[in-house]
Ligand binder design. Structure first.
Ligand code: FES
Length: 90
């Protein structure tokens, strides 16, 4: 394992637009993903009020990458690429 001790921040926009358009569900999926892969020590999960990109939402940020039009389905791909070591193998 490498990169231990480093925490990556995941920020889900919980503003009304993003929340209503998918981030409510996306949050549950992210939480479950973190739990199932025991990424709690590596991830800092938080919500934001509005990223001011409502028209491109739902918005999710991981580390310094910002993802737009995220869906509960596509967030899994994002998490896989951001946390390859916590994924289900290559
Ligand atoms: S509500 Fe998410 S960018 Fe505005």
């Amino acid at each position: 394992m490498n990169g231990e001790g480093e925490k990556k921040e995941i920020v889900l926009c919980m503003g009304s637009s993003c929340f209503a358009r998918g981030n409510a569900k996306t949050l549950e999926i992210v939480r479950r993903y973190i739990e199932e892969r025991k990424l709690q020590a590596r991830v800092f999960l938080k919500g934001s009020r509005c990223e001011e990109k409502c028209s491109c939402g739902p918005v999710v940020q991981v580390g310094c990458n910002s993802y737009e039009r995220v869906t509960p389905e596509s967030v899994v791909e994002i998490l896989r690429s951001e946390f390859p070591e916590g994924g289900d193998g290559e």
